[in-house]
Design a protein around this ligand. Structure first.
Ligand code: PMP
Length: 447
């Protein structure tokens, strides 16, 4: 164990981590195995994986069927190219399957290895689309403040959380951010979108890229009518709508895709994470029939965009098995029902504690906000580190969760595996109560 910790410090540069913290303390936990909603470390301590790791292990850990699907495919055809129109059955079948379960107008898929690549691909595809349409000046991508779209070149620029911009040096040109509906009304967020379009000039705007629920921004569920109004604005200005469903896809919000909760059809939809429940890397972009038609008209012939692993056969085989499990076990419905149970649990906690503000869920994507005064929504100061303290208290009680403290918020995010049952929801809620209660005491806020 000690040896592993030392080797980690010496050789492993962790993604989205404090390198200083790693060097001082070593890795936080070294995980050994997973089973259902639980992760186990090397000392066999159990943790509820209340974030499905990185919002991705939708069907839970330890599903042998996915391992078998990968092994079978690897033994037959582990890898083969999809470039230059070479093809293979797993990618064809997966593309067809995803088209069949996604909104009606989305029927063709470009595959990637993950979410950032999916968004970069969507951005290149829409710019390419407008070029073919004879409107090459339509380059600008509008996204939302507090939005998270990944860390590749274009997706970093589309991300609306400034902490992620620093490393990129120069941001890509042609990106701008409108106000998020979080903490404001649909009308003011829509007014900001219109204003952003007008400032850029609609004739220069390629697309609006938006998460139906902003995940990394703090599980920010927009007002019910927001996306519908977004669709109307996009239509009025002739702008394409890209839904980033990288977190929200594949049952997370109680529907197969979150746009179904809003009755909105996007022109493109990016996915990753839940498509394989994280068992193997895979992502992609779904495009609408009219966009597919335009791409088919492309004059130069070759689509000069493709990753070695676009349509990876083993990843596709795992995704097909994952989707089969989602459907056969009714996990999308379970996500909706357990999401309601989780919300009920949050509301019960809110009544008993003094520092719980807004609580919300959409399916099994949820958040609990911690505030100094729930009546006025007055926040704590960032130096009080309230959300990180609750995360630590949860960790001590065997629950892994994520805090969002950006912009002086204290949000605890939840995205447990969508196989979770009622008893496990109750355990999670009880542990959350204990953790917040302990922090409340420390803050001297117990009545
Ligand atoms: N979009 C959203 C909404 C995400 O949450 C993420 C990852 N958290 C990404 C894009 C980027 O995906 P990846 O990390 O697979 O590149």
């Amino acid at each position: 164990m000690e040896n592993l910790r030392e080797l980690d410090k010496r050789h492993f540069i962790h993604p989205t981590s404090s390198i200083q913290q790693q060097q001082e303390n070593g890795p936080k936990v070294i995980m050994e195995k997973g089973e259902g909603i639980y992760l186990y470390d090397k000392s066999d301590n159990a943790y509820i994986d209340a974030m499905s790791s990185l919002w991705n292990v939708n069907i839970g850990h330890g599903r042998v069927e996915l391992a078998d699907a990968a092994a079978e495919q690897m033994k037959k055809l582990a890898f083969s190219s999809a470039f230059s129109t070479f093809s293979h059955e797993p990618a064809i079948k997966l593309a067809e399957k995803i088209a069949s379960i996604s909104p009606a107008n989305l029927n063709a898929v470009f595959f990637t290895s993950g979410g950032s690549e999916a968004n970069d691909s969507a951005i290149k595809l829409v710019r390419h689309y407008w070029k073919i349409q004879g409107q090459p000046e339509r380059q600008t991508i509008i996204s939302l403040k507090r939005g998270y779209h990944g860390v590749a070149a274009a997706s970093t620029s589309a991300t609306g959380i400034p902490q992620f911009w620093g490393m990129a040096g120069h941001m890509m040109t042609g990106f701008t951010h409108a106000e998020t509906p979080y903490g404001s009304s649909t009308d003011s967020a829509i007014a900001s979108l219109r204003e952003t379009i007008e400032t850029e000039g609609a004739e220069n705007v390629a697309a609006f890229l938006v998460e139906p629920v902003q995940g990394a921004g703090g599980v920010l569920i927009p007002p019910k009518d927001y996306l519908e109004k977004v669709r109307q604005v996009c239509d009025a200005y002739g702008i394409l709508l890209i839904a980033d469903e990288i977190i929200t896809g594949f049952g997370r919000t109680g529907k197969m895709f979150a746009v179904e909760n809003y009755g909105v059809q996007p022109d493109l939809l990016t996915f990753a994470k839940g498509v394989t429940s994280g068992y193997i890397p895979l992502g992609g972009v779904l495009v609408s029939d009219p966009i597919h038609e335009v791409l088919k008209e492309m004059s130069e012939g070759t689509l000069f965009h493709g990753f070695t692993y676009s349509g990876h056969p083993t990843a596709a085989a795992v995704a097909l098995k994952n989707i089969e499990i989602l459907e056969q076990e009714g996990l999308v419905e379970n996500s909706r029902e357990m999401g309601e149970a989780l919300l009920q649990g949050f509301q019960n906690i809110k009544e008993k504690l003094n520092i719980v503000g807004n609580v919300r869920t959409m399916g099994l994507l949820g958040a609990v906000e911690l505030v100094r005064n729930p009546g006025t929504n007055e926040r704590f100061t960032s130096d009080q580190k309230v959300a990180p303290k609750v995360i630590d208290a949860l960790h001590q009680r065997g629950v892994i969760c994520r805090p969002v403290t950006y912009d002086n918020t204290d949000i605890i995010c939840f995205a447990p595996p969508i196989i979770i049952n009622k008893v496990q929801i109750n355990t999670l809620v009880d542990k959350l109560y204990d953790a917040i209660h302990a922090v409340e005491k420390e803050l001297g806020q117990v009545m």
